[in-house]
Design a protein around this ligand. Structure first.
Ligand SMILES: Nc1ncnc2c1ncn2[C@@H]1O[C@H](COP(=O)(O)OP(=O)(O)OP(=O)(O)O)[C@@H](O)[C@H]1O
Ligand SMILES: [Mg+2]
Length: 273
């Protein structure tokens, strides 16, 4: 009994700490969002101004000494590159902040009749294109299966989209990361299927990527747990995903993973008409 009370006390303390940490980080995230938006928007404006300036300079290039002309062109290219980097990294910071706000505030969305197959398809391809944009030349085979005639389900569409996107982003990262060291004949593959089973819709998402060790499996849903390098992952994806599927939709997440072979995530969500 005493041991149980001790354990309960510890758990409570931990939860209180987490709750105040959540509120603190939500506050900070919210305050940082605005100035960061200014940084991004003014950088984009500078980028446009720079394009105008380049055009002007080019139009009068014949009036400049040849040496200066080259140097000016080099400086312009350098400025444009730097500006693009400011925008890119600023947007990365914004997306981290959005993630923090999502977990710590847990804003309630509305349940709406939704087409689950359409959502899964759309966000699978969104993740695919994001991955392709970040890793030029890298490609993945995608296999899809959507059961015909699934009914419209009551879902919070933006939340389910987020959950699918989080899992898909991880899947694409896992195959990309594996491809960096795998044998030549490695073929990255990601599969997704949506079917109904026993009054549930079952969404299965598999990859033949790097897989997870036992330690990673244990800590997978922990907020801020990540194995990715700084800037690549925040460690919030799966925590948010579990909250969305289990707490907000009364569903269940299960997964299976083998190091070097791949990972499968399954969402099972009750169909409520
Ligand atoms: N499909 C997968 N294959 C291999 N490892 C995975 C997979 N999905 C998740 N993981 C592991 O779980 C960790 C936590 O995932 P999670 O999505 O919560 O955070 P993250 O991807 O690191 O960061 P982000 O907040 O950007 O999603 C990852 O860093 C990775 O080690
Ligand atoms: Mg992730």
């Amino acid at each position: 009994m005493e041991k149980q009370i001790e354990e309960l006390k510890e758990r409570l303390q931990k939860q209180e700490k987490l709750a105040s940490l959540g509120m603190l980080s939500a506050g900070i995230a919210h305050e940082i969002q605005n100035p960061l938006n200014f940084v991004i928007n003014f950088s984009k404006m500078n980028d446009n101004l720079l394009s105008d300036l380049t055009e002007l300079v080019n139009a009068h290039a014949d009036k400049l000494p040849a040496d200066d002309r080259e140097e000016i062109a080099d400086i312009m290219v350098g400025l444009k590159d730097n500006m693009a980097k400011i925008v890119e990294h600023g947007e990365r910071a914004i997306s981290i902040i959005r993630g923090i706000l999502l977990v710590s505030r847990g804003k309630e969305g509305e349940l709406l009749p939704s087409d689950i197959c359409k959502i899964v398809k759309e966000y699978t391809w969104l993740a695919y294109h994001a991955m392709r944009a970040n890793h030029k030349g890298f490609n993945v085979g995608i296999h899809e299966r959507y059961e015909d005639g699934l009914p419209q389900m009551m879902l919070i569409p933006q939340d389910i989209s987020r959950a699918v996107l989080n899992v898909m982003n991880n899947a694409f990262y896992a195959v990309w990361h594996k491809a960096q060291t795998a044998a030549e004949d490695y073929k990255p593959e990601v599969s997704v299927s949506v079917v109904s089973h026993d009054g549930n819709v079952v969404i299965t998402m598999s990859d033949n990527g790097e897989g997870m060790t036992d330690e990673v499996k244990e800590r997978l849903f922990e907020n801020f747990f990540t194995t990715k390098p700084i800037g690549k992952g925040t460690g919030l994806g799966m925590g948010i995903t579990r909250e969305i599927v289990e707490d907000r939709h009364g569903g269940k997440i299960s997964f299976d993973s083998t190091v070097g072979e791949g990972t499968t995530f399954i969402f099972s969500i009750p169909i409520k008409a």
